[in-house]
Design a binder for this molecule. Structure first.
Ligand SMILES: Cc1cc2nc3c(=O)[nH]c(=O)nc-3n(C[C@H](O)[C@H](O)[C@H](O)COP(=O)(O)OP(=O)(O)OC[C@H]3O[C@@H](n4cnc5c(N)ncnc54)[C@H](O)[C@@H]3O)c2cc1C
Length: 402
């Protein structure tokens, strides 16, 4: 009997796994189950060019439909997998169907964290994760509307940038004292705060949201002891890994499905990849990453392991964010104790912040600075040591430092 692989979750990691399983020579049956109505698509444009209207829907799809047929992958869409029966190695679907597997990949991603304050269930309060979410937001995302954005992280700020560009009246409410505080250095936060303010976005830092009011539909947002009028609310306060299936099946989970460096769970027949996982990163600490890089690379490693060619996953994480005409590219994982070295002048709108740990490049944040990002990423991978004054000296080309 040919081997059967079932993939739960038809997203970035699921699609990559299908591609990698075939390129690694797997000839058995592949079935991918997804609860959304669409085949795998890329989410990054949702809060960027797709919301702006400059990116057509067909371009969102990671592969044409023919890819799945050509790859011999059965796609079961609009269907939730509701249980994993490990003893008889089957996946149970919501319609009662049972899919037998020899090997299983959990690529269930993460869901948006929801607000649970008063009025949080009023209409007009939006979240952004899926094509359907953007379609719902698009209908009201019109010039002149007042949009209150809860959360000054990547998603909130990308939507703020698109909103400002499209003529909405944008206010961002952020409980922390700076933007993207969990993800970037203070220099980058300050630069982006100034760019948003220049574009007319009102920033309310240190302002936690207390609740919403309105007659069926949101009309007011209460935050920091004050009340503000709003026509639309967009909430971007992070995500929660979709680990319930794994948990119920008794797999190890701790804020993410725990996997080893071959993307294998505590069950030798089950692997997991992408936003839903927690793994020991290249620096030896447990991490849960929410980015395209991890979804792709971990799925590739899962496929290698599933086909009997295990390879340790220790890639440098990378991420990007587009706001206005600014491309922020980040590689590596920063720590608050790192020594920060700035290269270039933020006023030129082209600069980078390097994070050095014991003299070694540990992370880089580059704004419109591709060489700094690319060479920085290579330096991180190689554990390169560099003198801070040389790194800060823009008269020395990056390629000379790398
Ligand atoms: C608006 C937005 C912008 C982003 N921008 C960036 C960016 O600029 N750069 C970057 O690196 N990353 C970005 N990301 C993050 C990136 O998209 C994710 O890290 C990536 O999609 C993770 O891939 P995944 O396969 O793990 O999960 P997903 O792509 O989310 O796929 C998981 C799929 O599994 C489905 N599923 C879950 N449970 C079940 C079940 N029981 N049965 C069936 N199906 C199930 C989910 O509905 C989903 O369709 C962004 C994300 C969003 C939402």
């Amino acid at each position: 009997m040919p081997e059967k692989i079932v993939i739960i979750g038809a997203g970035q990691a699921g699609q990559q796994a299908v591609q990698s399983l075939r390129s690694e020579g797997f000839t058995g049956a592949i079935t991918m189950v997804g609860d959304e109505a669409y085949p795998p698509y890329q989410r990054p444009p949702l809060s960027k060019a797709y919301l702006l209207g400059s990116f057509e829907r067909p371009r969102l799809f990671l592969k044409p439909d023919s890819f799945y047929a050509d790859s011999g992958c059965e796609l079961i869409l609009s269907t939730t997998a509701r249980a994993i029966h490990r003893a008889d190695r089957t996946v149970e679907l919501e319609d009662g169907r049972k899919l037998p597997y020899d090997k299983l990949l959990l690529a269930t991603g993460a869901r948006v964290r929801k607000l649970n304050c008063s009025g949080a269930d009023l209409s007009g309060i939006h979240y952004l994760k899926t094509i359907a979410d953007v379609d719902g937001l698009q209908a009201v995302f019109q010039a002149g509307k007042r949009i209150a954005i809860v959360g000054g992280g990547y998603i909130g700020l990308e939507v703020a940038a698109v909103g400002a560009k499209r003529g909405l009246d944008v206010t961002v409410f952020e409980a922390m004292d700076r933007l993207m505080a969990r993800a970037v250095s203070p220099q980058i936060s300050a630069f982006y705060a100034s760019e948003h303010e220049k574009a007319g976005v009102k920033l309310k830092l240190r302002t936690g949201v207390e609740g919403f009011e309105g007659n069926g539909k949101v009309e007011y947002i209460k935050a920091g002891g004050q009340t503000y009028e709003a026509d639309i609310v967009l909430v971007g306060i992070g995500v929660i890994p979709c680990q319930e299936l794994a948990e119920r099946a008794g797999l190890g989970c701790t804020d993410g499905i725990v996997v080893d460096q071959n993307a294998r769970t505590s069950d030798p027949h089950i692997w997991s990849a992408g936003d839903c996982t927690r793994h020991v990163g290249r620096e030896g600490h447990e991490i849960r990453l929410e980015c395209v890089q991890n979804a792709i690379d971990q799925a590739k490693h899962a496929a290698l392991s599933m086909t009997g060619k295990p390879k340790t996953y220790s890639e440098v994480p990378w991420f990007w964010s587009d706001q206005y005409d600014l491309k922020l590219q980040i590689a590596g994982l920063a720590r608050p104790t790192d020594t920060l070295v700035q290269r270039g002048d933020p006023a030129s709108r082209k600069f980078a912040v390097f994070h050095l740990r014991d003299g070694v490049v540990a992370a880089v944040e580059a704004v419109n600075a591709a060489p700094e990002y690319l060479v920085g990423k290579k330096m991180i991978a190689e554990g390169k040591m560099v003198a801070p004054e040389m790194l800060a000296d823009t008269s020395i080309p990056m390629k000379q430092l790398g």
